[in-house]
Design a protein around this ligand. Structure first.
Ligand SMILES: Cc1cc2nc3c(=O)[nH]c(=O)nc-3n(C[C@H](O)[C@H](O)[C@H](O)COP(=O)(O)OP(=O)(O)OC[C@H]3O[C@@H](n4cnc5c(N)ncnc54)[C@H](O)[C@@H]3O)c2cc1C
Length: 386
């Protein structure tokens, strides 16, 4: 990456999780002064088991291994009556998010980024031609104002930076997962996804950590119902919950622009704060890192953030389109979908992972013309044709 000359005001990053810390590392490596502000008093992120595509390795290199607890070579797609195994060309990685954040924090600070814990974002102010970011330091009982040439908002699904700028709250969905003890008969390298539209218009999943522990979860619109449904599902599958992990995940929409101009400074939103989440799988880790890279590149190259986001947005828009259709699937239509994916079309997943679907989409439709036909039937039945 090129090195740039900057004025003395640093890039201020709000939020020290995966997206914010990765942006900090990339900027610091190019000698841009960068300060990361995190509201937590200590960097001890909640444990969360995640499944990500091998793109994580392409983005982070060997460091991804430090956060990896298992690999997944096959994804079983299931309905009540059908199971279709999808072999993955390069295995997915099962990672522990807390480890990932610690690794990224070490990398960012080693590159020269300065991390400030216990700083809760309050507001962005402009005075004459200077922009400052205000933080509340709870432990000191005072507020500090930090000058910023560019601000990167990486403060998650309910971004306070977005609220301070008067931006509408992004829609969210509930993700609730339990670490479970599971039957030892299962292969520890096989993940599962269940499409049960009578229970949720999203899905349940199983992400194996080892031969006896897995994370099993539900994505659901209703936060109050998610835990009850998950407990019922675990009982049905004879899995014993050990602990629960849950949160809201923002849903990508095609319209909101993930940046704003405040005075002379740009505010760039990345990660969950920009809803850089694949809405088919509700995965935001790799796409959030790509968003972080796009923001860093736009600062380093002096280019527009939108142009740096082009390929990421192309992927996210495709997932948005597919999710719009999947929301209308009935159970028998999922059966038909799995039937079609079981053939040669499924082989495309060996070449294209979920973060690189744009390359697989058109070949998939031409290889199996019954796929667009099924989509058209679903949309027609759902009333789009009337
Ligand atoms: C249960 C669960 C399972 C998931 N499974 C997967 C999966 O399998 N695969 C996948 O790819 N993704 C998964 N995700 C989504 C993924 O975890 C998120 O997309 C990703 O962690 C977002 O990272 P981020 O850095 O953008 O934001 P976050 O991790 O939300 O970090 C935001 C940071 O900003 C800080 N912050 C917030 N407000 C302030 C403030 N006012 N001042 C200062 N700092 C502030 C927070 O403390 C936090 O450190 C899952 C999510 C959940 C909840």
């Amino acid at each position: 990456m090129q090195h740039v000359t900057v004025n003395d005001d640093p890039v201020v990053i709000i939020g020290a999780s995966s997206a914010g810390l990765f942006a900090a590392q990339l900027l610091a490596e190019s000698r841009v002064p960068v300060h990361v502000f995190e509201r937590a008093e200590e960097l001890q992120p909640h444990a969360r088991t995640l499944i990500v595509t091998p793109e994580l390795q392409h983005v982070l290199g060997a460091s991804a291994a430090g956060a990896t607890v298992n690999t997944v070579h096959t994804l079983d797609l299931c309905t009540r009556t059908k199971t279709v195994p999808i072999a993955l060309g390069d295995p997915d990685l099962v990672i522990e998010r807390a480890n990932l954040v610690c690794i990224l924090s070490t990398r960012a600070q080693a590159a020269g980024a300065v991390l400030h814990l216990g700083h809760d974002f309050v507001d962005i102010n402009t005075e004459r031609d200077r922009t400052t970011v205000e933080f509340r330091r709870k432990s000191h009982g005072n507020n500090v104002h930090v000058p910023a040439r560019t601000i990167i908002a990486a403060d998650g699904a309910f971004s306070h930076v977005a609220s301070a700028l008067g931006l509408p709250r992004r829609p969210t969905v509930t993700v609730m997962q339990a670490r479970v003890v599971r039957p030892r008969v299962d292969d520890e390298h096989v993940g599962k996804v269940w499409f049960l539209p009578n229970q949720t218009r999203y899905f349940y999943w199983l992400c194996p950590e080892s031969d006896d522990i897995a994370a099993v979860g539900i994505v659901d619109d209703n936060p109050r119902e998610a835990r009850r449904k998950l407990d019922g599902f675990l009982a049905e599958q004879k899995m014993r919950p050990l602990e629960y992990q849950g949160a809201y995940i923002p849903l990508y929409r095609t319209n909101p622009r993930p940046w704003r101009r405040v005075g002379r400074s740009d505010v760039l939103f990345i990660g969950d704060a920009a809803a850089q989440v694949k809405v088919t799988t509700i995965g935001g880790t790799v796409t959030g890192l790509w968003g972080a890279r796009a923001a860093a590149q736009s600062i380093l190259r002096g280019s527009s953030y939108l142009s740096e986001l082009r390929s990421l947005n192309r992927e996210l828009q495709l997932h948005w389109l597919v999710r719009g259709i999947m929301h209308h699937f009935f159970e028998h239509e999922y059966d038909a979908l799995l039937q079609l994916l079981g053939g040669r079309v499924g082989d495309l997943f060996a070449i294209h992972n979920r973060d690189r679907m744009a390359g697989a989409f058109w070949p998939m439709l031409t290889m199996q013309p019954r796929l667009p036909l099924l989509a058209a039937q679903v949309l027609w039945r759902a009333g789009f044709g009337s």
